[in-house]
Design a protein around this ligand. Structure first.
Ligand code: DX5
Ligand code: ZN
Length: 214
């Protein structure tokens, strides 16, 4: 599995140190963008993302937890983001058009859903989206407890992808750690996002390794 450490749990006073850590250990750098409207929290914006552009050697994976994500697609492309996901709760009927727009800007497109959105609502975008982001906690904060039912959601999406012969990846985000990584792999996860399980670990490097090899 690929590992995408979530910068939300990094040490913002010593970001350089955590960027070097990401460059050495991560497959993707997961950036949580929150607007205080779609989710009950505000994170960081372009002052951080632009600064990361020249420092990160691993691709940036931006997870937009914002209303009207389409207003910012070009700006994230300019910031050097390679993987861009938005929430189905924010895109509604425009989802297919948003995916197309992200593609036209040269980025991989992901569709994210919170735990209360039936996973079958994603099936319509199989064949178009490059990846699906299954939230295993309600989006907004790091350090929450993994919702166990997420395993079934991942498995049913995987089953549908296989049935249709589609190669879209499944990214899982929220409460991911050593106690659920193996089960997530078995359920069909391709990319694990982890914040606290990596940055708050005693040995973050071996935490990444353990998740990758779960
Ligand atoms: C939550 C974010 C996550 C968060 C994960 O809304 O989307 O990416 O940083 O943090 P942990 O792994 O600590 O749950
Ligand atoms: Zn995230």
């Amino acid at each position: 599995m690929k590992i995408a450490p979530s910068l939300l749990s990094a040490d913002f006073l010593r970001l350089q140190k955590d960027i070097e850590f990401l460059n050495r250990n991560a497959d993707l750098a997961h950036l949580d963008i929150m607007d205080g409207c779609l989710v009950p929290n505000i994170s960081f914006g372009f002052s951080v993302v632009d600064a990361l552009k020249d420092e990160l050697t691993v691709p940036m994976d931006a997870h937009l937890m914002i209303v009207h994500p389409e207003r910012w697609f070009e700006r994230f492309a300019a910031a050097g983001v390679s993987f861009l996901s938005f929430h189905l709760e924010a895109s509604g009927r425009n989802t297919a058009a948003f995916i197309e727009k992200i593609h036209s800007l040269g980025m991989k497109a992901g569709v994210a859903v919170n735990p209360d959105i039936p996973v079958r609502k994603l099936f319509k975008f199989i064949g178009q989206a490059d990846y699906f982001l299954i939230m295993s906690v309600f989006a907004g904060f790091g350090g929450q407890k993994f919702i166990y039912e997420s395993l079934d959601r991942v498995a049913s999406l995987k089953e549908e992808l296989i049935r249709r012969g589609d190669r879209a990846e499944i990214e899982v985000d929220g409460g991911v750690g050593p106690s659920n990584a193996a089960a997530l792999r078995q359920a069909g996860a391709d990319i694990l996002v982890a914040g606290n399980a990596i940055f708050k670990a005693e040995d973050p490097e071996s935490a990444v390794r353990a998740l990758r090899e779960a």
